[in-house]
Design a protein around this ligand. Structure first.
Ligand code: TRP
Length: 467
């Protein structure tokens, strides 16, 4: 059956715009904040190698699966999977995977917006010279002051959520495509400026060695983390890429396009690492600082090296833009779905959903200050409790949502998408969508989607839960 459906939401002008959009989704806090600090924590080169393997064997195949489901279905992920399942004579309940993904994406957006909001405050801080000559203590206090102040967090969270909703409300072409055409080139220019600067610090060699020095003894500790990060950084497992696939032109080759997105995302992560570690070393700081690397260590570094203030400003604008082009992809699957379902305007649907995410995000805002003692998933002396105020163990609201999404919902969603594309869709459908240049490439893609990626996810998932 030929695929001649069209999306009611609009379509990208070309496959390049799909690449822009999918790369915009993929490149975000995951690349600039998480990847460098995880590399620092898990020992440099060993982590980088495992991460690259996970991207190639699991991340890219799942992205391939999502893109082709989306393009074949031409609807929001939920309806695309439903109609394709019915066409294939399979259970319509496959669409539950997309429904779960949609919810997961909204949950991720709820906390992503809070963290992205921090970068807005730091743009202001760098711009006003507040970090000039700052000490380690001062930078720690500045960050603590921000996260400890629910009002300030709420302000930035609200602003960031508003910016996200603004783009989505204007639609696929006038909103997403138009802003991505500006955001993405800007992002690459800012990143190159930063890289150029770090080449002048005199510590480039040290940063390079840290990132690429392979220490086999460190491989084991980071495997699970590397796999989880591969999912997060490529935005797969929730339908973000699927919904972007639904807007992709019919005649574009999916294989090459998805490879390009995977490569670009990896390139940005590595470049961010190469740009940041020399700056950290130049200021005489430690690379293994963990999550505080971006908001505490880097401001110290920027505050104490030549031209650091300007470069710090460039850096936090980069972070905010990257986060923005990612956050829109978390909202789009649900907006597309409810527009299809309710027939209401995109603006109305966007406003309601953004408000909902904003409310859930307030839980994250409060989990850093007045609600820090609210603990969920507590395994204490009296057994398991879902919620307990002031419990010793357990997770804060923010940690709970982060854990639930990245460790459970993303892998499950990715698994379902790969199985659906690989085993439910017909071979003819796959052949048509992938339009591979040779039978060998087609079989390779098929084998990765059907077998390698699902096994990879399952192994890591089981290992994670039994920890
Ligand atoms: N990939 C983005 C990053 O690295 C985050 C992101 C966007 C995402 N959309 C997603 C993560 C969907 C999981 C699911 O920052």
């Amino acid at each position: 059956m030929a695929n001649d459906k069209v999306s009611i939401h609009g379509a990208w002008a070309s496959r390049w715009v799909f690449i822009l959009a999918a790369t915009g989704s993929a490149v975000g806090l995951g690349n600039i904040w998480k990847f460098p600090y995880m590399t620092g924590v898990y020992g440099g080169g060993a982590f980088v190698v495992m991460y690259l393997i996970c991207i190639a064997l699991v991340g890219v195949p799942i992205m391939l699966a999502e893109t082709l489901i989306g393009r074949r279905g031409r609807q929001s992920p939920v309806n695309a999977m439903k109609s394709l399942a019915i066409e294939a004579g399979a259970s319509r309940h496959w669409s539950l995977a997309a429904l779960m993904g949609m919810v997961a994406a909204l949950l991720i957006l709820s906390f992503y917006s809070v963290v992205a909001g921090w970068s807005l405050e730091y743009i202001l801080g760098m711009g006003s010279g507040r970090f000039e000559g700052i000490s380690g203590e001062g930078a720690g206090a500045a960050f603590g002051g921000l996260t400890g102040d629910p009002w300030r967090l709420t302000l930035w969270h609200t602003l960031f959520m508003f910016l996200t909703a603004l783009v989505i409300a204007r639609g696929v072409v006038a909103g997403l495509e138009r802003s991505l055409r500006i955001m993405m080139p800007l992002l690459f220019v800012l990143l190159l400026v930063l890289l150029g600067y770090s080449l002048t610090t005199g510590y480039f060699r040290q940063g390079f060695d840290f990132l690429f020095h392979f220490d086999p003894s460190k491989v084991q500790g980071g495997i699970l983390a590397a796999m989880g990060h591969a999912f997060f950084t490529l935005s797969v497992g929730v339908g973000s890429i699927m919904v972007y696939g639904a807007y992709m032109p019919k005649n574009a080759s999916i294989g090459g396009t998805v490879m390009a997105v995977g490569l670009l995302d990896t390139l940005v992560a590595l470049t961010a690492g190469l740009a940041l570690f020399p700056i950290v070393f130049a200021a005489g700081l430690e690379p293994g600082a963990g999550p505080g690397l971006m908001f505490v260590t880097l401001p110290i570094a920027f505050g104490n090296i030549a031209f650091g203030q300007v470069m710090g400003l460039v850096f936090f604008i980069l972070v905010a833009v990257a986060a923005w082009s990612s956050s829109i992809s978390m909202l789009e699957p649900a907006v597309a779905y409810f527009v299809e379902r309710s027939g209401r305007s995109r603006a109305q649907v966007t406003a309601v959903l953004a408000l909902l995410c904003w409310v859930v995000g307030m839980g994250t805002v409060l989990s850093f200050n007045v609600g820090a003692e609210a603990k969920f998933f507590v395994f204490g002396e009296e057994g398991f409790r879902l919620f307990q105020w002031g419990a010793e163990g357990g997770k804060t609201f923010f940690d709970s949502i982060d854990y639930l999404t990245s460790r459970i919902l993303l892998p499950l969603g990715g698994l379902a998408f790969a199985l659906f594309a690989g085993w439910v869709l017909s071979r003819e459908a796959l052949r048509e969508e992938l339009a591979a240049k040779s039978p060998l490439l087609f079989n390779l893609a098929l084998w990765l989607i059907r077998v390698v990626a699902p096994i990879g996810v399952l192994v890591v998932f089981v290992a994670e839960l039994s920890k």
